[in-house]
Design a protein around this ligand. Structure first.
Ligand SMILES: [Zn+2]
Length: 132
């Protein structure tokens, strides 16, 4: 493969760009802001991008930080909006005050954030009786 092939590719790409056909490839995102509208940014994407999930109870004024991959273990590969709908505050038990967002930690944050880590998912035995 020589120069001629590379030039060929370049010319094709340029032509596509001008026609606008290539735009969806051009947008391959690293930041959620650049993610095409309509495509769900899930916890897997967040994990791959190195994001942190911050979940906050505005009533208790407590924010806890989670690793997206561990949240995925618990509630599935959903969007952060769905996370917000599902979580409740461990302190006050409320759902209504919850906020959830994904963000890229700054260099300093990366060292200082204390994560709430997933220790275990325990399936407890429940016994259900029925009178017949
Ligand atoms: Zn709370």
């Amino acid at each position: 493969m020589g120069n001629s092939e590379r030039n060929e590719n370049k010319r094709v790409k340029h032509a596509l760009d001008r026609a606008g056909i290539c735009s969806q490839f051009e947008c391959m995102p690293e930041q959620p802001e650049k993610w095409p509208r309509g495509a769900a940014w899930t916890l897997t994407h967040a994990h791959d991008a190195g994001q942190v999930a911050g979940i906050r109870c505005a009533r208790c004024n407590v924010t806890r930080y989670y690793k997206p991959a561990e949240q995925r273990e618990v509630i599935g590969n959903v969007t952060i909006d769905e996370v917000r709908e599902k979580v409740r505050c461990q302190k006050c038990g409320s759902r209504e005050w919850m906020g959830a967002e994904l963000f890229h930690p700054t260099g300093e944050q990366a060292h200082t954030i204390r994560y709430r880590r997933l220790v275990q998912i325990r399936w407890e035995k429940r016994v259900i009786w029925r009178d017949e």
